[in-house]
Design a protein around this ligand. Structure first.
Ligand code: ASP
Length: 351
């Protein structure tokens, strides 16, 4: 399938002196996008038709926002931001408005974004006043000499970029506050009160063949001591490289950091593409990483997370246009759309 792609892995120097991975050539330009709104132990009994509809509508809106940009020839970076912003603004998800509370009763937000063309990346952690942390992460990428900013410093930088802020009550919701109170009263772990990781993310391939990935979260309920999960960590929760794939993760962040999930999946796919390219030399065939190979690479990395005791999921897109999920939880809020006509949102594993 999709055998018309050429996977080119040669590096070219741009006029600006930066190395860019060459976009895959394709007879017909194609695009694809995948989104998630968190994975976890999702309870079918608690999923009323109204609640389900709320999630499906929110996922479809985010998917449509990203897909519309790609279908019009826009960039993967713009599509990723366009898909994530409405999910950050929607209190159903644990990102931006509706983020979980820290032990001290604050909504501390993390986000990261990466451009597969040049592997430029931006990330922020522990911000409390930024309405859309994904946009601040992107400003770090494009307007600062750094990759990763934290807390007050990140907010000082945001002020120089005219990034929109919001008061604490914008982010706070009763449901998340109740989860923190229950956790404290019953001495529960974050997983007991909320074994549903509501982090949001998007990955995209645009018609130029460029990949991008972004992730945004409030972290885990009751986090303390300045705990940072995988979502803002480039290589763990987010990674994009035109030579291999774009990945965004959701799950028990400590395990995703230990495995280096997002980069590990991309490294496996890049090795596979390079091997195929070597084998193709002289026989005039164009190497293509098949969908099943990409899926099994993602599954293998998620199996490593499970072996260590962690759980969660990933979304990925490849230069060939495959839009895939892999998760080891009972569900993951998710959606995908491609120029080939695929357009779906789903919640439980067997859907
Ligand atoms: N991965 C996030 C974290 O560990 C949680 C989530 O996916 O919802 O902070």
């Amino acid at each position: 399938m999709l055998a018309c792609s050429l996977v080119a892995t040669v590096l070219f120097a741009s006029g600006a002196g930066q190395a860019y991975a060459q976009a895959p050539e394709s007879e017909e330009p194609r695009w694809s996008i995948a989104i998630h709104g968190g994975a976890g132990t999702l309870d079918r009994n608690a999923m009323t038709p109204e609640r389900r509809e709320g999630y499906e509508v929110a996922l479809q809106q985010a998917l449509d926002a990203g897909a519309a940009i790609l279908a019009e020839g826009g960039s993967a970076m713009d599509a990723v931001k366009a898909a994530i912003v409405p999910m950050e603004d929607n209190p159903l998800f644990n990102a931006g408005r509706g983020a979980v509370f820290t032990w001290d009763g604050v909504n501390e937000l993390d986000a990261s974004i990466m451009d597969g063309r040049d592997r430029s990346a931006g990330a922020v952690t522990g911000v409390t006043t930024i309405r859309n942390p994904i946009l601040l992460a992107d400003a770090v990428r494009t307007e600062s000499p750094h990759v990763f900013l934290m807390g007050e410093g990140a907010e000082e930088f945001a002020a120089t970029q005219e990034i929109e802020t919001a008061p604490p009550e914008w982010f706070a919701t009763d449901a998340r506050r109740e989860a923190l109170e229950r956790m404290k009263a019953d001495q529960l772990s974050a997983l007991d009160v909320d074994h549903k990781f509501g982090t949001v993310g998007a990955v995209a391939l645009d018609m130029e063949g460029n990949l991008a990935a972004g992730t945004s979260t409030g972290g885990m309920t009751g986090k303390r001591w300045g705990r940072i999960g995988d979502a803002p960590v480039i290589g763990a929760g987010t990674y994009a490289d035109n030579r291999s794939c774009a990945v965004s993760a959701t799950g028990w962040g400590e395990y995703f950091i230990r495995v280096g999930v997002a980069q590990e999946i991309c490294t496996r796919l890049r090795s596979r593409a390079e091997l195929l390219e070597l084998l193709a030399v002289g026989i005039g065939q164009h190497p293509v990483v098949e969908q099943a190979e990409a899926q099994s690479s993602a599954d293998a990395v998620m199996a490593e997370v499970a072996e260590l005791g962690g759980d969660g999921g990933v979304i990925l897109v490849t230069p060939e246009g495959h839009a895939l999920y892999s998760f080891n939880t009972s569900g993951m809020y998710r959606g995908r759309a491609t120029s080939e006509g695929l357009n779906e949102v789903a919640i439980f594993a067997e859907e």
